[in-house]
Design a protein around this ligand. Sequence first.
Ligand SMILES: Nc1ncnc2c1ncn2[C@@H]1O[C@H](COP(=O)(O)OP(=O)(O)OP(=O)(O)O)[C@@H](O)[C@H]1O
Ligand SMILES: [Mg+2]
Length: 309
Amino acid sequence: MIDKKYPDVLIQTTGLTRKFDRQTVVDQLSLNVPAGSVYGFLGPNGAGKTTTIRMLLGLIRPDAGEVSLFGKPLRSHRLEVLRQVSALVESPSLYPQLTGGENLEVTRRMLGLPRQAIDRALGMAGILDVKNRLVRAYSLGMKQRLALAMALMPEPTLLILDEPTNGLDPEGILDVRELIAGLPKNMGTTVFLSSHLLSEVEQVATHIGIINHGKLLFEGSLSQLQAERQQYLLLASDRPEQARELATRNGWRLLPGSNGRLKLEVNGPADAALVNRQLVQDGVNVHQLELVQPSLEDIFMTLTKSPVG
Ligand SMILES: Nc1ncnc2c1ncn2[C@@H]1O[C@H](COP(=O)(O)OP(=O)(O)OP(=O)(O)O)[C@@H](O)[C@H]1O
Ligand SMILES: [Mg+2]
């Protein structure tokens, strides 16, 4: 039988709104984070990611709207729900005069966890070898990994990470990415992580929410986002006006143009060849034909470049 201790949606926000000095930085945000997902919360600098995360953790109050964790309103069940959550938001507080192991020991005692939890967490974060070194002598990346180990130690149901790969070198980024991707399966932990880089989350996330100017622009599975990548054809000819007319008459959908070139919605190379044939038959000389498959990055850029609305 399936153990259904938690609802299908671990984080739900409805109409979440927060202002700073009259500026609305989180605007009617309604998020749904499925249990068992790695949810990438994506948006450019200043989009409102950290402010949202602070509200998810009850660190600041929303001006309107509500946060529910594990199906329970944060407002009325604060301690009960936050007990199952670990988070890493901005620079973690570590004791520099203690070793990495001793830092974890403080947390371990506070939470009443078994002794072996320390080495397990250090191992997962890939810093078991520096366990006995003073944190003062840690590099930025090591500190980041130690903070991650601290967050993992209680094996939380939900892990919330604000830009977890900040300060890590390429190898560190790969390690942390691999660790995060495995958490739902290995620990039963749902992960909510923010980033301003699509390339950062598309490798680990099963679900994506895109935010800009505090507003949610997209939410869905990674494959749903990929499905938004409509192919198109860029076409230049000696008679652009006639080409445009002919394309429309033949039933092709025109997209807003690109530097005088015709932009048509198509579904692959066969369509490109067909368009070309139709135009040539009617005496239009096509001198450039380019089939474009937008990347996820293109979609992200298009979504987040749009003016404030
Ligand atoms: N305490 C505060 N007082 C005033 N304005 C704030 C405060 N915290 C955040 N803001 C403003 O709210 C907006 C959103 O900030 P936030 O830190 O949530 O963005 P972010 O998406 O996390 O950006 P980044 O990618 O740079 O971390 C910004 O314009 C920021 O200046
Ligand atoms: Mg931030």
